[in-house]
Design a protein around this ligand. Structure first.
Ligand code: FE
Ligand code: FE
Length: 226
């Protein structure tokens, strides 16, 4: 049964079809998340993927519960969208040489999957309510909250350190530590014997949060040394 074929005649058909779609997606993610954890270098990111793997196993179980509550067959249908997101993540990861840059790419790929899930669960919950299945909606809502929380944690991880590490990749400096100072994220970097402080502006969500003033010793073209 395809999404836009005549097989879907009612809102109930649509609800069941999308349950089958997200059931497939969750199953694929239980296979993808351990691989992403294995590729991640940042310990928090690695742990984050493993934590979400356990949650994702619960998402699969909750969907099975909803199928049964709704009297529908527990079944998965191919979801080309999640296949594409996972395939693209694999391809991109294969093309990234630096581990710090790879972490940033992995967060991006994971957030693409989370956003896909958030959209699907959002509609499923609305449709369940419309169909009078508030019982199904409340089970699905537990999963939606976990997807949103995961997305938020990934953003925090990216903006608090992973993106900065990625931006410093391949420069001759070695990051010794990161800290927040007066709202600025600072990276203590070493060049040979010297330790210097590089900083990014306190606008982590901007397209390029890094200052572009030329650095004294130019450890990285987009960093400004204090
Ligand atoms: Fe999920
Ligand atoms: Fe998820």
């Amino acid at each position: 049964m395809g999404l836009f074929t005549k097989d879907i005649k009612t809102m109930n058909d649509l609800f069941v079809h999308q349950l089958q779609d997200i059931y497939y997606a969750e199953q694929q993610l239980t296979k993808a998340l351990p691989k992403m954890a294995a590729k991640a270098t940042d310990p928090q990111l690695k742990q984050g993927f493993l934590t979400h793997l356990e949650e994702t196993k619960q998402h699969v179980a909750r969907l099975e519960e909803v199928f049964k509550m709704h009297g529908a067959q527990v079944k998965a249908v191919d979801c080309p969208a999640i296949d594409g997101i996972i395939e693209e993540a694999d391809e991109t990861a294969g093309e990234v040489a630096d581990k710090a840059v790879l972490d940033a790419a992995l967060i991006n790929a994971a957030q693409a999957a989370e956003h896909y899930e958030i959209v699907r669960y959002g509609s499923l919950i609305a449709w369940a309510k419309q169909l009078g299945r508030t019982d199904c909606a409340s089970v699905l809502a537990k999963t939606l909250e976990e997807e949103k929380a995961t997305d938020k944690k990934l953003t925090t991880l990216a903006e608090s350190k992973v993106n900065l590490r990625a931006a410093l990749a391949r420069c001759t400096s070695i990051i010794r530590s990161l800290s927040k100072h007066d709202g600025r994220l600072e990276a203590y970097v070493s060049h040979g014997a010297a330790i210097e402080v590089a900083a990014c502006e306190p606008t982590p969500s901007s397209i390029n949060p890094f200052a572009t003033t030329p650095a004294r010793r130019a450890p990285h073209r987009s960093l400004r040394l204090l």
